[in-house]
Write a protein that binds this ligand. Structure first.
Ligand SMILES: NC(=O)c1ccc[n+]([C@@H]2O[C@H](COP(=O)([O-])OP(=O)(O)OC[C@H]3O[C@@H](n4cnc5c(N)ncnc54)[C@H](OP(=O)(O)O)[C@@H]3O)[C@@H](O)[C@H]2O)c1
Length: 341
C-alpha cells in the first residue's frame, strides 16, 4: 500500500470539513488507488503547527498538540508531505500570503491544492508554469463554485473547445441577500439570517462590494481564457445601493436584479465586469434563488454550457468535496501521468 502525505495550511471551516470527508472516503481511496491518505501536517495562524509523519489523528486532535513555533512557511519548507493544501483566508487585494505558500511548495516539487482564490486570481500563469516545470499538479477546483466541476469541466470534458466568454452568478451571499430582500426582508436582516445559517462572514463587505465575485471571475478568466489579470482589473459594482424599491420595480416588469459576472475579450483585451443586472424571467440567472450559483461558458465548438450549484446542507461539504476531488485527481495523475497538466 502506498501513502500520500498531506499538509493542511489553514485548518478552519474548510480544513476541518476536508479532514472529516477524507475519513469518510478513506476506504474508497485505499481500494481505488491502493493508497493510504495521511494528513501529516496541519498549521493555523494562532495555534502554530502539528506534524506527524505517521499521520495525525484528526478526529481526536486537540490544541495542545500544536507547536506555536511552527508557522506555515516552516512547515511548507521542511514538512514531510506530498501535497500542500492551501486553506488560509484570502487577501483579495494582494493574494498573499497564499501565493507565497503555493510558490514555495511547487518549487519543492510538491503537488498543490488551493481553495484560496488568491493565488489563482493573482499569479495563475506563473504558478501553472512553475508546476509544469516541476512536474507536479496545481489544482484549484474549490476556488469557484466549490466542488462543482467548473475548471475540470472546461479542461477535461470540453477538451479542444476555446472559451470565448464566461457569465454567471458566482457569489452566494449576495444572491441570498437579494432573494431575501425580494421576499420582504431588510438588507440587514438578510445579512443576519445568512450569518445564522453560517455562510455569511463576520465582515460581509468583500461579498457585498463585489470583491469576492471579482476574484472568482478573475480566477476563471485567467484559467479558462488564458489571460493575465487581477481582481483590480475587474469593473466592479456591489449590491449595497440596491433597494427593495429597485427589486419591486424589477418584479413589476417581470424581471429580477442579479449580481452578474461577465468575462469576455474585446479587441483582443480581456474585459471583466461584476454588476447588479436586470435579467428577464426566462434568463438562467433568474432561476437562481438563495445560495444557488451558476456559470455559463461560451465555447467555439459547443456553444454555451452551463453548470449550476444548488443550495446544499451543509454548504461547507461542497467546498470540502472540491478539495477532495483535486486530491483524487492528483492520485489519478500519479497513477497515469498525462503529458501536460
Ligand atoms: N468557507 C467556504 O465556504 C469557502 C468556499 C470556497 C473557498 N473558500 C476558501 O477556502 C479558504 C479557507 O476558508 P475557511 O472558511 O476554512 O476559512 P477559516 O475558517 O477562516 O480558516 C482559515 C484557517 O487559516 C488559518 N490561517 C490564517 N492565516 C494563516 C497563516 N498565515 N498561516 C497559517 N494558517 C493561517 C486560520 O488560523 P487561525 O484560526 O488561527 O487564524 C484558520 O485555521 C479561504 O481562502 C476561503 O476563501 C472557502
Amino acid at each position: 500500500m502506498n501513502t500520500i502525505r498531506i499538509a493542511l495550511i489553514g485548518y478552519g471551516n474548510v480544513g476541518q470539513a476536508f479532514a472529516r470527508m477524507l475519513r469518510r472516503r478513506d476506504e474508497y481511496i485505499r481500494e481505488t488507488f491502493d493508497t493510504e491518505a495521511a494528513i501529516t501536517a496541519i498549521c493555523t495562524r494562532r495555534l502554530g503547527g502539528v506534524t506527524d509523519p505517521a499521520g495525525i489523528d484528526t478526529e481526536h486532535l486537540t490544541d495542545d498538540r500544536f507547536d506555536r513555533s511552527l508557522d506555515a512557511l516552516t512547515i511548507i519548507r521542511g514538512g514531510e508531505y506530498d501535497v500542500m493544501v492551501e486553506l488560509t483566508p484570502i487577501n483579495i487585494k494582494t493574494g498573499q500570503p497564499a501565493t507565497d505558500h503555493v510558490r514555495t511548495a511547487l518549487s519543492l516539487k510538491k503537488h498543490v491544492i488551493t481553495a484560496n482564490k488568491g493565488p489563482v486570481a493573482w499569479a495563475y500563469r506563473e504558478l501553472r508554469d512553475l508546476a509544469r516545470e516541476q512536474g507536479v499538479c496545481f489544482c484549484h477546483e474549490a476556488t469557484v463554485m466549490d466542488g462543482v466541476p467548473v475548471y475540470n469541466l472546461a479542461k477535461e470534458t470540453l477538451m479542444g473547445c476555446r472559451i470565448t466568454e464566461i457569465q454567471g452568478i458566482l457569489n452566494a451571499t449576495t444572491n441570498f441577500i437579494l432573494t431575501k430582500m425580494e421576499q420582504g426582508m431588510s438588507f440587514d436582516d438578510a445579512v443576519a439570517e445568512g450569518r445564522r445559517q453560517g455562510f455569511v462572514e463576520a465582515d460581509p463587505s468583500m461579498d457585498i462590494d463585489g470583491w469576492d465575485a471579482a476574484a472568482k471571475l478573475t480566477a476563471l478568466m485567467n484559467v479558462l481564457m488564458d489571460v493575465h489579470i487581477t481582481p483590480m482589473d475587474i469593473d466592479r459594482t456591489g449590491i449595497s445601493e440596491i433597494t427593495k424599491a429597485d427589486l419591486d420595480e424589477a418584479a413589476a416588469r417581470g424581471k429580477r436584479i442579479k449580481l452578474l459576472c461577465h468575462g469576455r475579450m474585446e479587441d483582443s483585451r480581456p474585459v471583466g465586469t461584476v454588476r447588479p443586472t436586470l435579467v428577464d424571467a426566462d434568463h438562467i440567472a433568474a432561476i437562481m434563488d438563495t445560495t444557488a450559483s451558476y456559470v455559463t461558458v461560451t465555447t467555439d465548438l459547443m456553444g454555451g454550457v452551463t453548470v449550476i450549484e444548488e443550495p446544499f446542507e451543509p454548504e461547507i461539504d461542497h467546498t470540502a468535496y472540491g478539495v477532495l476531488s483535486d486530491l483524487l485527481r492528483i492520485l489519478t495523475e500519479i497513477r497515469t501521468p498525462s503529458p501536460r497538466r
